[in-house]
Write a protein that binds this ligand. Structure first.
Ligand code: C2E
Ligand code: CA
Ligand code: CA
Ligand code: CA
Length: 277
């Protein structure tokens, strides 16, 4: 139900005038918001479970309007429907790559950056050239980047998604399947994808306090191992979840237990505090 709106065209539903009003408002303001620099990126650390060290950061976008902060859960689907995600997505990629270059110049051990890619961006014919140019301009090795694509996107559009993902992989980028387990991938499909990371959706992590929930996550970790992929659990909020994931072979975790997504200028302080224990 989560992504049910993804392939739908916006309908002006008279039963939901408030929703329509809000959609039009966001759609109408999101382009000027880019010129006015209202978007910014936050970074959430990904932690290697076996030693507690930072393996990398996930990049998440924020929209600060004069009226307040709008969550990406609300505006990204609108940007996907209008097509603005192509422009915003390129800005996010370039901004994140520039930030990584700056951290590398400061010799901060930030690890890899994982950037979310929407469906539409995968069908952007200029995506690879743009990525390579941005990496070259800022002096970043593409191998330092990971792209998160949702499981359903990769599956439903396998015909054109597969060559794109394969080419990105050839350039050295890692590909992660986001929200893994929420789609219906068969093993046969999964084996075709040049994916190196499975991200276990936070809905499954939430269910780790129940026997069936643990069985599901266990199955995902086993499947990942069969495919030669590593696993990242998202939305880890408790030490009980962390301990179970470590004991059951999950590689990395991400979540409020370690840190909330933080602005770029908080990252150095976070890494320093962590190094000091
Ligand atoms: P996602 O990629 O699955 O990102 C994980 C979401 O879980 C983020 O929400 C993150 O802040 C939140 N989260 C992290 N740790 C915890 C935790 O311990 N507990 C809970 N309850 N939540 C946690 P956020 O930043 O609001 O992003 C929501 C969604 O919006 C993302 O889901 C992603 O699908 C999309 N999104 C965010 N940034 C971007 C972007 O730059 N590009 C694209 N295309 N989509 C983005
Ligand atoms: Ca993600
Ligand atoms: Ca996710
Ligand atoms: Ca998710």
């Amino acid at each position: 139900a989560k992504r049910s709106g993804q392939h739908k065209v916006m309908q002006f539903n008279s039963a939901q005038p408030e929703k329509t009003r809000r959609w039009l408002e966001l759609a109408g303001q999101m382009a000027t918001a880019l010129q006015q620099r209202q978007y910014f990126l936050v970074y959430q650390p990904r932690i290697a479970l076996h030693d507690g060290q930072v393996a990398g950061f996930e990049v998440l976008v924020r929209w600060q309007t004069p009226q307040g902060l709008i969550s990406p859960g609300e505006f990204i689907p609108v940007a996907e429907e209008t097509g603005f995600i192509l422009e915003l997505g390129r800005w996010i990629l370039d901004q994140a790559i520039a930030q990584l270059a700056s951290w590398q110049r400061e010799q901060l051990a930030v690890g890899r950056l994982a950037i979310n890619l929407s469906t539409r961006q995968l069908s952007d014919a200029g995506l690879q050239a743009f990525l390579l140019q941005s990496c070259a301009r800022h002096g970043v090795d593409p191998a330092q980047l990971e792209l998160e694509v949702t499981e359903t996107v990769a599956m439903e559009n396998l015909d054109w998604a597969l060559p794109v993902l394969q080419q990105l992989r050839t350039l050295g980028l890692q590909i992660a399947l986001d929200d893994f387990g929420t789609g219906y991938s068969s093993l046969a499909y999964l084996q075709q994808l040049p994916v190196s990371v499975l991200k276990i959706d936070l809905a499954f992590v939430r269910n780790l306090d129940r026997e069936e929930g643990r069985a599901v996550v266990h199955t995902i970790i086993t499947l990942a191992r069969t495919l030669g992929c590593s696993t990242v659990a998202e939305g880890v909020e408790t030490t009980a979840q962390r301990d179970w994931l470590l004991a059951n072979g999950c590689h990395e975790m991400q979540g409020f237990l370690e840190a909330r997504p933080m602005p770029a200028d908080a990252v150095a302080g976070y890494l320093q505090a962590k190094a000091q224990g």
